[in-house]
Design a protein around this ligand. Sequence first.
Ligand SMILES: Nc1ccn([C@@H]2O[C@H](COP(=O)(O)OP(=O)(O)OP(=O)(O)O)[C@@H](O)[C@H]2O)c(=O)n1
Ligand SMILES: C[C@](O)(CO)[C@H](O)COP(=O)(O)O
Length: 258
Amino acid sequence: MSEPVVALVMAAGLGTRFGGPVPKQVQELTGKAVVAVAVESMAAGGCTDAVVVVKDGMHNHFRLALAASPIPVRFATGGSSRQESVHNGLQLIDASTRLSKARKVLIHDAVRPLVPAYVVKQVLAALEDGAVAVTPVVPVVDTIRQIDGDVSEVIDRSTLRAVQTPQGFDREVITECHRRLHAEGGEVTDDVSCCERYGYRVSLIEGSRMALKITEPMDLDIAETLVKATAGAGHHSGRRVRRVLSRMDPRPSHRRRG
Ligand SMILES: Nc1ccn([C@@H]2O[C@H](COP(=O)(O)OP(=O)(O)OP(=O)(O)O)[C@@H](O)[C@H]2O)c(=O)n1
Ligand SMILES: C[C@](O)(CO)[C@H](O)COP(=O)(O)O
C-alpha cells in the first residue's frame, strides 16, 4: 500500500464567538456538516486519510457527520486549547501502524471547509520540494491601526499576511516540536509557529479567500453564498469560483430586475 498523506482536522473547539446550541463544525453547509466539507476538500487535494480531533464525548456525533467521507477517518480527543488538540492528534498518528508511515501531515481547521484543492496540492508540492513547515497566507486588505492605550497609528500593511490552513509539515518534525512545546509550556496560535520556535524555517505559499475561517455566524452565510455561486461547477475551487463569479451580473439584484 502506498504511503499515506494525513489530514489532521481540528474540530474540538468551543465556537464561543459563533455561539448558539449547535457547534459551528457541525453546522450545515451544502447540506453536509462543515467538518465533512473540510475533510472532502482535503481529500480532493490529495490527502489519503483523515484524523479528526473532537471534544471528549462527541465522537459518535462526528462519526455520523463523517459517515460518507471519501477517505478513511479516525478520531482523536481534543484538549482545552487548539495546540493541545493538535498535540493529541499527532500522538494518535504516531501510535498508528499505518498512519505513522506518513512523511507528510497537513493540519487543517475544520472551520475552513472551502479551502480549494489547488491550495492543498500546493502545500503538498512545497513539502515535496523540501520544505519542512508550510503555510498558505493572504495579503491583509484593510488599513490596520496599532493601538497603544488611547493613541493609535497606521502600520504598513504591505508587509503583513494573514495566516490560513492547511499547514503542511514533515510529520516527524512537527510531532517532535509539539511534544517539546507540550513538555515545556508556551503558546502558539498556529502550527508553523511551533516549528519556528525550535529553529525551523517557515515557507509561505499563496492562500485563497475561499479558505475563510468560520468564526462568527455571518462567516457561515458567506461560505454558503460562495458554494451556491459555484453550483454546477464541480468540486469547489478558488479558480472555478472566480470563473463563475466573473460570469455573474455585477449589478445589484434590485437594478437587474428593471
Ligand atoms: N481546543 C480546541 C480549540 C480549537 N480547535 C479547533 O481549531 C480551529 C480554529 O479555532 P477557532 O475557529 O478559533 O475555533 P474555536 O476555538 O472553536 O472558537 P472560539 O475561539 O470562538 O471559541 C477550529 O476548527 C476548532 O474546532 C480545537 O480543535 N481544539
Ligand atoms: C490556525 C489559524 O487558522 C491560523 O489563522 C488560527 O490561528 C486559528 O484560530 P484561533 O482563533 O487563533 O484559534
